[in-house]
Write a protein that binds this ligand. Structure first.
Ligand code: PRX
Length: 665
């Protein structure tokens, strides 16, 4: 009976959403508009008229030991400097400022563990632990400018670790908890990290996996890494190496309580975050302090319309990605917000856990990724409808284009048709949200990130000569500097210039996305133009996955492409040729290769599909033609093959795909 009712409800919803697909624009809800922090559209012109002054005004919202008098220094473009004569500290802005204003008892994070454990952590408590850990780091000889690695799951200690680094001016280098120990090693090696803060074990869906022990297996040869600090989180056994390894809780017990925040130059590096680029080597994106904090604080406040005394904010990302850095840690804490931090997966212990937590903590602002929304759609509204979501007043998305159907589902089922949706476009490199609706002002169109944030200038240009494309598709560019922009790629200045500022000159930042602008000047992001695959909103480099596959002893060659996927937006598809005479591998070998890639990079990078190939389509100069592989994988008519060294290769591959289809049917 209940099932029939649910089914009928599902059909009705489906019909309703189908009917709404024709709605072109959604106005900001009237009540929202009335109470929004920004409700006057003149803010766009004001910021445009004097963008340098606008950003300086935003910077002055922060606490400075020495207030800056300059906005941007463009004298050595594209190595821009912002607020260069100011002195500032990120952790002071995120912690001390709120405690000094009498808000120390405000909850910074309602932390929820996988098995239902709860901890409310206040700003005062975070300040206490941050000072202790900062002192402990200093005791271990970590100085201003030394890089500290962080490899932790979603536990409050990750925030303390980031804050402690920021307090003493040690740039942190956080590695996503889902990455492999090999990836950690590589990132510690590239950044010459002196210390690594990690954990004994990590929980995932009821299981516990060792972390420290795995890191130990690969890290011993790394001379630059002098210390490892280990948080005891799961009581997983781990060996502690005398002199190098230290328990986090023991260090905190011994450490002094007071550690004044370093007065740092605005351009002092705050962190390095590695992200995928077109080559196998990840790019170490460097963010500095004053400009980054300015961009993050302003966008977090205005895009989410944050009212720190009333709102409960939740960004469901992981701290290991830029979304977590900017909109779980720095943004909300700069603005004194109360947030939810959840350790677990969206379907554990049940598929409605997110909505249960929204009800439990009275979440008002919720920020997630389209891929998660699509998963929830699949699981069904019954998991949502059990919970009271009436406190929600704004919803956000990030990470990939959102298909209009998912947007409408989010709007109707989660937002009760009363919450504006902010589809926020940005990147690791941009540091902060760049293209987004201002929820009290801008009408939204499902699938469009709408228009640039005040002070930001973006355009869509012709790929050949960089001239603006009035109508149609082109390359997305940012045409003036912005405070939270990356400053360089760690120890790779040339690669920084080549990747972002070579094509159209040093005033034009090349995003790496294709986009189009519509008649209202709204931006529609299409996707990456480089060899980067966006899996569930996470960037993976095809070259990095290829090199992991090829390192398997039985593989001769591999070509990886991103294939359209209903659930994850894009999925990794690999064409693999084997060593020796074998042209086809077994299912066991497929499983082995997938696990091999997981071990090298992380589970997210595992190919969803492996296609055995006798050979790969190459040009006469030996370049693999991925365009043709994409056509084949997605079942399209194959494009021009005349430049191929051996056109027969394509026939063989087409035959394989046909066989695959037949065996599926
Ligand atoms: O292709 C764009 C896509 O994600 C890329 C940036 O990935 P990453 O640096 O990992 O940062 C993700 C979170 C900020 C972009 O180049 N992307 C991000 N947000 C959107 C998006 N594509 C469409 N719409 C978005 N809202």
């Amino acid at each position: 009976m209940a099932d029939t009712a649910t089914q009928a409800g599902g059909e009705q919803l489906e019909e309703k959403l189908e009917g709404m697909l024709d709605i072109e624009k959604f106005e900001p809800p009237e009540d929202f508009h009335k109470h929004a922090l920004l409700s006057d559209p003149s803010v766009f012109e004001e910021a445009d008229r004097d963008w340098k002054g606008w950003w300086l005004k935003q910077a002055k919202e922060l606490h400075w030991f020495k207030e800056p008098t300059e906005s941007v220094d463009e004298s050595n473009a594209p190595f821009y400097k912002w607020f260069n004569d100011g002195k500032i500290n990120a952790s002071y802005n995120c912690l001390d400022r709120h405690v000094e204003a009498g808000n120390g008892d405000r909850v910074a994070f309602h932390w929820r563990g996988e098995e239902g454990e709860e901890r409310d952590i206040t700003y005062a408590e975070l300040l206490r632990d941050t000072q202790k850990l900062a002192n402990a780091l200093k005791e271990l000889g970590i100085k201003k400018g030394d890089v500290v690695g962080i490899f932790l799951p979603m536990i409050p200690e990750v925030v303390v670790a980031m804050m402690a680094c920021a307090r003493i001016g040690a740039p942190h280098n956080v590695v996503f908890g889902g990455f492999s120990a090999d990836s950690v090693k590589e990132r510690m090696e590239f950044s010459e990290a002196k210390a690594l803060i990690t954990v004994d074990g990590q929980r995932r869906k009821g299981k516990t996996a060792p972390v420290k022990a795995k890191v130990d297996e690969v890290i011993s040869g790394l001379d630059t890494l002098q210390h490892m600090i280990v948080v005891k989180s799961t009581n997983n056994d781990c060996e502690m190496k005398e002199g190098r390894d230290h328990w986090y809780h023991e260090l905190l017990e011994k450490a002094d309580d007071e550690c004044p925040a370093e007065e740092l130059d605005a351009e002092h590096p705050l962190y390095i975050l590695y992200t995928s680029g077109s080559t196998a080597k990840p790019k170490g994106v460097v963010h500095t302090t004053g400009g980054y904090l300015t961009g993050i604080a302003a966008t977090h406040r205005y895009v989410f319309d944050l009212k720190p005394e009333e709102d409960v904010y939740w960004c469901s990302a992981d701290v290991g990605w830029v979304t977590g850095h900017s909109y779980i840690v720095y943004g909300p804490m700069l603005n004194g917000a109360t947030s939810v931090m959840f350790e677990g997966a969206p379907d554990y212990p049940h598929k409605g856990i997110w909505w249960e937590l929204c009800e439990r903590y009275g979440v008002t602002l919720f920020y997630t990724a389209p891929t998660a929304i699509r998963a929830c759609m699949k699981w069904g509204v019954e998991h949502v409808n059990k919970f009271d979501l009436s406190k929600l007043r704004l919803l956000g998305t990030v990470g990939e284009p959102i298909n209009p159907k998912a947007w409408l589902w989010y709007h109707v089922v989660i937002g009760g048709e009363r919450c504006p949706i902010v589809d926020t476009w940005w990147q690791t490199e941009t540091g902060a949200i760049m293209i987004t609706p201002l929820p009290g002002i801008v009408e939204t169109k499902p699938g469009s990130a709408t228009r640039p944030f005040p002070g930001i200038a973006a355009d869509v240009v012709d790929e050949r000569d960089g001239t603006p494309v009035a109508d149609g598709q082109g390359l997305l560019v940012i045409t003036r500097p912005w405070p939270s922009m990356l400053r360089t790629l760690y120890k790779e200045d040339e690669r920084f210039v080549e990747t972002y500022f070579d094509r159209f000159g040093k005033e034009t930042y090349l995003v790496g996305d294709a986009a189009r602008k519509d008649k209202d000047g709204y931006f529609w992001i299409i996707g990456r133009i480089d060899d980067v695959v966006n899996v569930s909103g996470h960037r993976m480099s095809t070259a990095e996955v290829e090199s992991a596959i090829v390192s398997h002893r039985m593989v001769a060659e591999a070509a990886v492409i991103g294939q359209a996927d209903e659930d994850s937006g894009q999925a990794i598809c690999a064409f693999v040729t084997l060593e020796g005479d074998e042209t086809e591998g077994s299912d066991d070998l497929i499983a082995e290769i997938r696990e091999h890639v997981a071990g090298r990079i992380g589970k997210l990078a595992r190919p969803k599909r492996i296609i055995w190939a006798d050979d790969l389509p190459k040009t006469r100069s030996g370049k693999i033609m991925r365009r043709l592989l994409r056509d084949i994988a997605e079942g399209r008519a194959v494009g021009d093959v005349t430049t191929l060294r051996d056109p027969d290769v394509m026939q063989q591959l087409e035959g394989k795909i046909k066989e695959e289809h037949q065996s599926e049917q």
